[in-house]
Design a protein around this ligand. Structure first.
Ligand code: ADP
Ligand code: MG
Length: 490
C-alpha cells in the first residue's frame, strides 16, 4: 500500500478489497466582467445571444485580444494553489466541430499552461488530511450552448457563454474515496471564493468537474480510468464515483476489462453511462494560435499580484487554532465561507475570540441553518452580536439571559445594551438579594435539602429553582457559591 492508502477507504468486492483512484479536471469560470478575448459581457441570464461580440460569433477577420484581467485572475489562482507560475505560456487552437462553437476550434493552452504544479490541502471531518497535487491550470474559452427544447424540429444556439474565460484546474490522481473527492472540490471552491477568481456557483455552471475514476488492488499499479464528464454538483460527484467504482469492480471481478472511455452521469438514476470510447476520441490537432502571441509575464508582475493576495483559508485556520485556541473543527466551520469568516472576525475583533466563535457557530449559524438563511441575510449584525458578547463579559447579563437578548435582537432588532436596560434584564449580582431567595427556597424544601446533603449533585435542582424565582437574572456564580456554603458542601 502506498502512503495514501487508508484501510477505511477500501471497497469490499466479492473477491477481496479494492481501492478507488480519482483525479479531477475542474472547470472554473473566471470572475471577470468581460470575456477572455473580447469585450462582451459575461453576465449570467441575459436574453439568448445578447452578450455576443463579432469575435465571439467568429466573424471572418475578427482578431482575439487577450483580457489582462483574466490573466491576472489565473495567476492569482495559481498563487492561491501554491503553484508554479509559468512566465511563458502559449495559447493553442483545439480543433473540433460543434454547432455552438462557431470558430471551429477552442482557444486553450496545451503544452505550455500559465500555471504548473501546486497543491490543495484537504481536511476531512474524521481528522484525516489529504494533500492533493495540482498538475496544472490553464486558461481556455467556454463554448456556447445548444438549446434542444425550444422548438419541435429545430435546435437553437445561444452564444452568450461563447468566449467566456475558464480556468481548467487538473489534479493529480491523488484522491482515494468519494468523500475525499467531494471535500477536495469544496476546498477548491472555498479557495477560489476567497481569491475572488471564481464565484463557485455550480447551479449556474460556474464550476463543473470532469471526474476520472479507476480501481485497483491495494498496492497495484493504477488501473484504466473512465472520465465522467461535466458533473455539476458536489453531491453528484460523490454519487458518480460510488457508482462508477462499483461498476468497474464488478467488471473486473467477473473477468472483464475496463475500456477507457468518456461517460455521463445521470442524476435521475444515479448511474453513469458510456458517451464515447477512446477509439472515438477526437484528434484535436492542437497548434499555437497564430492570432495570439505567446504570453510573457515578468516576475515583478507576479510578485505584485502575490503581495496583494488575501489571507487564505489554510492560513486563517492555522491562525485561529494557534492564536485563538479554537478547535480544528470550529476553525474549519468558520473558514469554510469567506462571508462567514469576515463576520466572525468582526465579532472577534477586540474580544475573547473563543467566546465569539461559540456565539457565531452555536447561536448564529445554528439559527441561520434552522431558518434556511445565508450569513449575508443575518438579521443580527456582527456589531450587535459583539454587543451581546460584551454584555456577558462585563457581567451585565448571564449567558442564559444573553440567549434571550439574542432572540429579541433577531426578531425585533435594536441595540443589545439598550434592550437589557429597557427591559430590566440586568444580572442581579447583589448577594444580599440573592441570599434572600436562596434562604426562602431552602426553607420551603426541607426534604430536598436533606437529600442534597447526601447527594451533592442535587445542588443543580436548587440552582434551577433560584434562577426560576429570579427570572434567570441572578448571577449563576453567586447562586452556586451561596448554595454550596448553605448546604455545607464546601
Ligand atoms: P488527459 O490528458 O488524457 O486528459 P491526464 O493524464 O491529463 O489525461 O489526466 C487527466 C485526469 O485524469 C487528471 O486529473 C489525472 O489525475 C486523472 N488520472 C490519470 N490517470 C488516472 C487513473 N489511472 N485513475 C484515475 N484518474 C486518473
Ligand atoms: Mg483531460
Amino acid at each position: 500500500m502506498d502512503a495514501k492508502t487508508e484501510k477505511s477507504n477500501l471497497i469490499e468486492g466479492a473477491t477481496g478489497e479494492w481501492e478507488v483512484v480519482i483525479g479531477m479536471e475542474v472547470h472554473a469560470q473566471v470572475t471577470s466582467n468581460a470575456k477572455l478575448f473580447s469585450g462582451a459581457s459575461t453576465a449570467f441570464g441575459g436574453d439568448p445571444n445578447s452578450h455576443v461580440s463579432l469575435v465571439d460569433a467568429a466573424m471572418p477577420g475578427m482578431l482575439p485580444v487577450i483580457n489582462e484581467f483574466c490573466v491576472a485572475q489565473a495567476v492569482r489562482t495559481g498563487l492561491g494553489l501554491k503553484a508554479a507560475i509559468n512566465l511563458y505560456s502559449v495559447f493553442d487552437r483545439k480543433n473540433y466541430f460543434y454547432p455552438d462553437l462557431p470558430q471551429g476550434y477552442q482557444i486553450s493552452q496545451y503544452k505550455n499552461p500559465i500555471v504548473g504544479e501546486g497543491e490543495v490541502i484537504v481536511d476531512l471531518l474524521s481528522g484525516e488530511r489529504v494533500v492533493v497535487g495540482i498538475e496544472r491550470l490553464h486558461l481556455e474559452q467556454d463554448a456556447g450552448k445548444s438549446l434542444h427544447d425550444q422548438h419541435p424540429q429545430n435546435s437553437y444556439v445561444d452564444l452568450n457563454r461563447s468566449g467566456v474565460a475558464l480556468m481548467e484546474i487538473v489534479s493529480k490522481p491523488d484522491l482515494r474515496s468519494s468523500e475525499q473527492a467531494r471535500a477536495y472540490v469544496s476546498k477548491l471552491r472555498t479557495i477560489l471564493r476567497y481569491l475572488g477568481t471564481c464565484d463557485g456557483n455550480m447551479e449556474e455552471g460556474s464550476l463543473r468537474a470532469d471526474v476520472n475514476v479507476s480501481v485497483r488492488r491495494p498496492g497495484d499499479a493504477f488501473g484504466t480510468r473512465c472520465e465522467i464528464k461535466n458533473v455539476n454538483s458536489i453531491r453528484f460527484i460523490g454519487q458518480s464515483i460510488e457508482y462508477e467504482a462499483r461498476r468497474q469492480i464488478e467488471i473486473l471481478e467477473t473477468g472483464g476489462e475496463i475500456i477507457q472511455e468518456t461517460r455521463l452521469f445521470d442524476a435521475k438514476t444515479g448511474e453513469t453511462r458510456s458517451m464515447r470510447s477512446k477509439e472515438e476520441a477526437h484528434d484535436y490537432r492542437y497548434f499555437p494560435d497564430p492570432d495570439l502571441l505567446p504570453l510573457e509575464l515578468t516576475q515583478n508582475y507576479v510578485d505584485g499580484l502575490a503581495a496583494d493576495l488575501p489571507e487564505l483559508p489554510d492560513e486563517k485556520r492555522a491562525r485561529f487554532i494557534a492564536d485563538y485556541g479554537l478547535t480544528p473543527y470550529d476553525a474549519d466551520v468558520l473558514v469554510a465561507e469567506r462571508e462567514s469568516v469576515d463576520y466572525f472576525e468582526a465579532v472577534a475583533a477586540g474580544r475573547d475570540a473563543k467566546q465569539a466563535a461559540n456565539w457565531v457557530i452555536n447561536e448564529l449559524f445554528g439559527r441561520l441553518n434552522k431558518e434556511g438563511l445565508n450569513i449575508l441575510d443575518s438579521p443580527i449584525s456582527a456589531d450587535q452580536l459583539g454587543g451581546i458578547v460584551d454584555l456577558i463579559k462585563a457581567g451585565t447579563i448571564s449567558g442564559k439571559i444573553a440567549k434571550d437578548v439574542f432572540d429579541i435582537v433577531w426578531t425585533e432588532g435594536g441595540d443589545p445594551a439598550e434592550i437589557v436596560e429597557a427591559r430590566g434584564l440586568k444580572q442581579v449580582t447583589d448577594v444580599g438579594r440573592i441570599e434572600k431567595t436562596v434562604d426562602e427556597i431552602i426553607a420551603a424544601n426541607p426534604e430536598k435539602l436533606a437529600q442534597a446533603k447526601e447527594k451533592p449533585a442535587l445542588i443543580g435542582w436548587f440552582v434551577g429553582q433560584v434562577m426560576k424565582a429570579t427570572g434567570g437574572k441572578a448571577s449563576p456564580q453567586a447562586v452556586n457559591e451561596l448554595l454550596k456554603s448553605k448546604l455545607g458542601l464546601e
